[in-house]
Design a protein around this ligand. Structure first.
Ligand SMILES: Nc1ncnc2c1ncn2[C@@H]1O[C@H](COP(=O)(O)OP(=O)(O)OP(=O)(O)O)[C@@H](O)[C@H]1O
Length: 465
């Protein structure tokens, strides 16, 4: 992942210079900063003093704001420009750690102490300019990608109020080292959230390692997380690092954390408390440097109450809670998302992008989307593959979409009651299809074990109920 970011960054730096808003009242600093900005690949659009910036309205065309913070009153500028979607680098001659921490807490991506030389500042700015451009290139308008107002954020598409609130929350918590707990329905973008948090953290240059605790067999989970040494178990033919080690200096994303068994939860708690862990089969402790972002589609407090989730681990992880809203709460976002996916999938198929018929738009807006954005993705992919015209019409959608209302789950077409196993089979197959064939994820969404699905499929294949 870091490699992709670096190559994107280099390509974009060749393409255009990063547009910078420089907020600083000291002429000597402005001169040094202007040289550093040019060296790092940027151009200064506007230079303004902090007091004037607080009172005025500047920086609309900028991608990056470099803000001098002479005192606490200028901290509000950090927040203002982060909320507008700019990458913010704070500077200060006061040397106060508290000021630096506060600027980072409010979303500044870096804090550079004055006095700086043109070279030292340029070195600090260069990677940040890449981030400014990467964000801008994701915005359909070609301008910066704001946190609030219009436009998208990170890998997210959507400008509804719940999404803008989510973007602002991500921008606010990303720079912290504390654990993040993401809740939200399946397919609503929890992993995307982890990616956005990582990308905006000071750890973006290191790896983001994602593990789906629901998809990895329990007996392998500990080795996946912590690694193992040769001979630790049958098949362990060599030493292998785990996710904690590979994500060193970066972020560890533990999806479906509720699926982690209690013994392993205790070991994860130890990492969070002391930073120590052991590879499977190894006596000596190792030190971990990871930020943990975890996610679940379940109600974590209910899991704690049921004894499936350790309470002490929950409180350790639940420092910065964040929730991805379900698609049905995002209004018109569903249409913007549908257009994005239409363009992507039609492009992949080498076809012109079809439009949505008015009836499809209406249906999309009223449909409850239990599988959220992933379900929408699957519906659009299917329509692109099956359709050959320039319009997606109702008949290209899965059967549940075609009618004004989804078919009753109990009654078949003629109103007769279907046998239980047929209904059960339909529910399971629909869930597996909604997860693009991923049985483990479908099982997690249905709150049954993957082996139940495998067992039932074997029976159906043999023609048994
Ligand atoms: N707002 C969004 N804009 C664009 N793509 C999105 C958005 N939200 C989700 N997606 C896409 O939808 C798919 C599902 O998202 P993601 O995997 O992040 O969901 P999730 O909540 O982690 O799902 P699960 O609970 O099953 O793990 C991904 O391909 C993701 O890129």
């Amino acid at each position: 992942m870091p490699n992709t970011q670096i190559s994107d960054l280099q390509a974009s730096r060749v393409a255009a210079r990063t547009r910078v808003l420089l907020i600083d009242a000291d002429p000597a600093s402005v001169r040094v900063a202007t040289t550093a900005i040019a060296t790092a690949g940027g151009e200064v659009l506007t230079t303004i003093a902090p007091n004037a910036a607080i009172a005025g309205d500047v920086g609309h065309d900028a991608e990056i704001a470099i803000i001098d913070i002479p005192g606490r009153e200028a901290l509000a500028l950090v927040e203002r420009f982060v909320d507008r979607g700019l990458v913010v680098v704070a500077t200060s001659g006061s040397g106060s750690v508290a000021l630096a921490v506060e600027a980072m807490r409010r979303g500044a991506i870096d804090f550079v102490l004055k006095p700086y030389s043109p070279d030292s500042l340029a070195r600090r700015l260069a990677p940040r300019f890449g981030e400014g451009r990467a964000k801008a290139s994701k915005s359909p308008s070609g301008g910066p990608a704001p946190v609030s107002g219009s436009g998208d954020f990170g890998g997210f598409v959507g400008q509804s109020q719940p999404m803008r609130a989510l973007y602002a929350e991500i921008a606010r918590i990303a720079p912290s080292r504390a654990a993040v707990f993401v809740t939200g329905e399946s397919g609503s973008g929890k992993e995307l959230c982890a990616e956005a948090i990582h990308a905006r953290s000071g750890r973006a240059g290191k790896a983001l390692v994602a593990l789906n605790c629901g998809a990895i067999p329990r007996e392998l989970m500990e080795s996946e997380v912590f690694g193992h040494v040769r001979g630790a178990f049958t098949g362990a033919t060599e030493d292998r690092p785990g996710a904690v080690e590979v994500a060193g200096g970066g972020t560890l994303f533990l999806d479906e954390i509720g699926e982690m068994e209690l013994g392993l939860q205790a070991k994860l708690l130890r990492v969070l408390q002391t930073g120590e862990y052991r590879r499977v089969g190894e006596a000596r402790p190792r030190h971990a440097d990871v930020r943990v972002v975890c996610a679940t589609h379940r109600d974590p407090l209910a899991e704690v109450a049921a004894g499936r989730f350790r309470q002490d681990l929950f409180y350790r992880l639940h420092v910065l809670p964040i929730r991805t809203p379900p698609l049905r709460e995002r209004g018109d976002d569903v249409i913007a998302l549908a257009h994005t996916f239409l363009e992507r999938f039609a492009g992949e198929e080498g076809r012109p992008t079809p439009r949505l018929s008015p009836a499809v738009v209406e249906r999309f807006l009223s449909y409850p989307w239990p599988g959220n954005v992933r379900e929408l993705q699957n519906v659009i992919r299917r329509a692109v593959v099956l359709g050959d015209g320039d319009e997606v019409t109702l008949d290209m959608l899965p059967p549940d979409f075609s009618g004004a209302r989804a078919a009753s789950p109990v009654a078949a077409a003629g109103g007769a009651i279907e046998p239980f196993w047929i209904q059960e089979r339909r529910i399971i197959e629909t869930a597996v299809a909604a997860y693009g064939g991923n049985t483990a994820r479908a099982a997690a969404a249905l709150e049954i074990s993957p082996s139940t699905i495998y067992r039932k499929r074997e029976r159906w294949a043999e023609g048994r109920a």
